[in-house]
Design a protein around this ligand. Structure first.
Ligand code: SF4
Ligand SMILES: [Zn+2]
Length: 446
């Protein structure tokens, strides 16, 4: 039987300080309450672009730009981007991206209501505006899960429904409201700490995490003369590199795939990376093999592993410290902390942050005052090639906004390639090129 990994499936939150916690205990001495996370359980801070997106939707639907300073996102499966939004120690809602309409959507959860009621200037209606709902309540029936015609001209989108000390959340679509959850709810004001406060309240846990990771690196590098650090320019390898540095190792290498974001290349230049490796000409490879796909990532081997293999071949037995994490994807959740490199047996990979969530990674980076790749603040959840098939359509939309020239080059290439393959321009625009075998969810469209 496969051993169950010690994944953290719950995020603890101190109700007194209103901060998320790495462990169960808060720096104030209090104990956190648990919020169940969703697979793959990778909670992360909402950064600038995420906040801007949520705020824009709050303004649009509720007429308020008030959002707590500390918001956590928990990515989960969906058609494209789908994040559970957590704030004030509660489920706040869901942020998703519709790859066909090319728009973000926000659904609010009942947990957001006490906070939103204090500032919402629209989007809050009386239960009497739902035909038949008040009657259902009088008869002791539930309204959650039901669909009611609504009075008046209500725009499509999330709504809050109120009645005597209670509220429900729902979604309005074409004159009907689908009620999701209902319960007791009154306006509440919450303390609004910033991320520095979150770091302060978690300092003890951060110190422990660091100590454990450094001890792990030291124990597994004893008697080894060759230790390298793999740095991708992403947040995980930023944290791993810092831990390696503190353990005494700073032979850092980066692989330039040839399709790196300009932001990543600039970040790498600012980071004193000793060795920059290069893969083959990516465009030439694409010309031969077609675009890399989610289910055919030939590029990983060609553009990344091969140059690393060559680099390490000259070193013989060697250990590489890297920033892999269990929570990144279902595929990574089976990695071992010490693992032989399947492509190069003389090589051992050490993953000191395997059991860190993105939440811990960012807190650690901020606690240690390190800089991060600016792409995270610009709406990217992970950093890779600028045309990576594993990218979300919401991220590809950001590429279009930030780097229209790169976006244009790729779309032109796809149009040409799609013509030869018989893939319609609409399907290409919605991201169908990302799969060799297009999944039914993408085929169905809207
Ligand atoms: S980041 Fe994406 S496109 Fe780049 S090598 Fe990896 S899988 Fe391929
Ligand atoms: Zn506390």
């Amino acid at each position: 039987m496969m051993r169950e990994l010690p994944l953290k499936k719950i995020l603890f939150w101190c109700p007194r300080c209103n901060v998320p916690l790495v462990g169960k205990k808060c720096g104030c001495g209090g104990e956190g309450k648990g919020i169940p996370l969703l697979r793959p359980y990778d909670a992360r801070p909402a950064l600038q672009a995420d906040r801007d997106t949520i705020t824009g939707l709050l303004v649009h639907h509720f007429g308020t730009a008030t959002l707590p300073r500390v918001v956590i996102l928990n990515k989960t499966g969906g058609l494209d981007r789908k994040d559970l939004v957590i704030a004030n120690g509660e489920r706040f809602g869901w942020l998703s991206f519709d790859p066909f309409a090319r728009r973000h959507h926000l659904e609010v959860a009942l947990g957001a209501v006490p906070f939103l009621l204090g500032s919402a200037e629209k989007g809050v209606i009386d239960v009497g505006d739902l035909n038949g709902a008040r009657q259902d309540l009088r008869q002791g029936k539930r309204i959650g899960g039901k669909r009611y015609p609504c009075r008046g001209d209500l725009p499509d989108g999330p709504v809050i429904i109120r009645w005597e000390g209670h509220a429900a959340v729902g979604t309005c679509r074409e004159g009907f409201i689908k009620v999701r959850e209902a319960g007791k709810a009154v306006p509440v004001s919450f303390p609004d700490p910033n991320w520095e406060e979150v770091i302060r309240k978690n300092a003890h846990s951060l110190r422990n995490m660091e100590r454990t990771a450094i001890r792990f690196i030291r124990q597994n590098t004893r008697d080894r003369r060759c230790v390298t650090v793999s740095f991708s320019g992403g947040k995980d390898s930023t944290a791993a590199r810092e831990l390696a540095r503190r353990a005494g190792f700073s032979d850092v290498f980066f692989v330039d795939t040839g399709m790196e974001f300009p932001e990543t290349l600039a970040f790498i230049r600012s980071q004193e990376v000793g060795t920059v490796l290069r893969g083959k000409d990516f465009w030439q490879e694409i010309g031969r093999k077609g675009p890399p796909r989610k289910d055919d990532r030939w590029c990983c081997e060609r553009q990344k592993l091969e140059p690393v293999k060559k680099f390490l071949a000259g070193k013989g037995e060697c250990i590489t410290i890297q920033g892999n994490r269990w929570y990144e994807s279902f595929a990574r959740s089976s990695l071992a902390p010490v693992a032989k490199n399947p492509f190069y047996p003389l090589q051992v990979n050490l993953s000191p942050i395997l059991n860190w969530r993105a939440f811990e990674v960012f807190l650690y980076i901020w606690w240690r005052g390190l800089s991060t790749n600016p792409l995270y603040d610009k709406g990217f959840e992970r950093v890779g090639c600028w045309m990576c098939p594993a990218m979300l359509e919401s991220e590809w939309e950001r590429v279009r906004e930030l780097h229209p020239e790169l976006h244009g080059v790729w779309m032109d290439f796809l149009q040409e390639w799609g013509k030869r393959k018989g893939i319609s321009p609409d399907a290409l625009a919605a991201g169908a090129w990302r799969w060799k075998d297009i999944p039914p969810k993408m085929r169905a469209g809207k």
